[in-house]
Design a protein around this ligand. Structure first.
Ligand SMILES: [Zn+2]
Length: 106
């Protein structure tokens, strides 16, 4: 059976609009209690970013707090889409904090 992605996306939007602080993909999964992977959440967030912006005519945006290397503090600023890097390019550490997300209203 196909999963109902539309509904999950709406729920993700709701969670990210009402949260007081940015949430990681793991937090979103836990809050929604859904059986999807972190990778699925990132995939949904790409569409969430587009639909939130167009629906609100640009007044609401999905913000991503970039992943950070917990060892040397390197910030992964140049990500074009949500993901958790596996390795730090500077110190090669794999101890990376995941990106976190929130929907903000101008
Ligand atoms: Zn590092």
């Amino acid at each position: 059976m196909l999963k109902d992605f539309t509904t999950i996306r709406e729920k993700i939007i709701e969670v990210l609009k009402t949260t007081s602080e940015p949430l990681a993909a793991e937090d979103i999964i836990r809050i929604l209690g859904v059986d999807i992977s972190v990778r699925d959440v990132y995939e949904h967030l790409i569409h969430v970013a587009k639909s939130v912006r167009s629906r609100s005519q640009g007044r609401e945006v999905l913000l991503m707090e970039p992943p950070v290397c917990k060892k040397c503090g390197y910030v992964f600023k140049d990500l074009d889409k949500p993901k958790k890097p596996s390795k730090c390019p500077r110190c090669k550490s794999e101890w990376i904090s995941p990106p976190r997300f929130i929907i903000s209203r101008e």
